[in-house]
Design a protein around this ligand. Sequence first.
Ligand code: ADP
Ligand code: AMP
Length: 214
Amino acid sequence: MLGIILLGPPGAGKGTQAKKIAVEFSIPQISTGDMLREAVKNGTEMGKKAKAFMDAGGLVPDEVVIGIVKDRLQAADCAKGFILDGFPRTIPQAEALDRVTKDLKKEVRTVLSLEVDEKELMERLCGRRTCTGCGAMYHVTFNRPKADGKCDKCGTSLIQRDDDKEDTIKARLVNYKKMTEPLLQYYKGTGKIRTVMATGDIGAIYANIAKLLR
Ligand code: ADP
Ligand code: AMP
């Protein structure tokens, strides 16, 4: 069972690296952010509840995200493993995950902590562009698409996320420090945490991650 948690501040490259891990190891990327954005887009009850928190750069209430992850982990494609991207983000979420994995007889094997200088995070998030078709991630300077504004993989238009605006990013970084950073301490005691320097070439960072996982 290859259960992986990707920890790190907004912009650390969790989504970018999760997609690469998913391809090589044939396990699904479970991004609570992606699932919440989909719920907002579809106007579901959960989406309506989550939207105001997301727009403000805050965290969606624990019970909402815990429910999403609990359901998702029961899907057939999680039989061999899973990559949690953006979850857990609070101590109560981590405690709930411990209970859920135990109940489902699943296991988190490795917690990858992606480390990036705080200065660089703002630059990365301001320039992030996402494909509305396949979810591929780009950056206007660091990871440019071949044709401006179009996805290399599927040709669909790229968009800037609503919460990738300077003021919202600042709020997200403050919330990360306050609510999510304590998870590093939480997982230190488990012996499962591996630190990855996540600055520099995306392929080189992935090579280090893959080595740790193999
Ligand atoms: P997260 O999922 O942790 O919020 P993303 O994977 O969405 O982070 O990456 C944030 C932005 O930074 C994206 O625009 C992405 O293309 C870019 N990025 C990811 N990894 C790197 C890297 N090693 N160097 C420079 N930019 C990167
Ligand atoms: P992300 O795509 O991971 O950057 O998440 C985007 C937004 O979704 C966050 O700023 C939060 O508002 C919300 N969100 C995603 N995951 C969680 C989580 N585990 N707990 C609470 N809120 C979350």
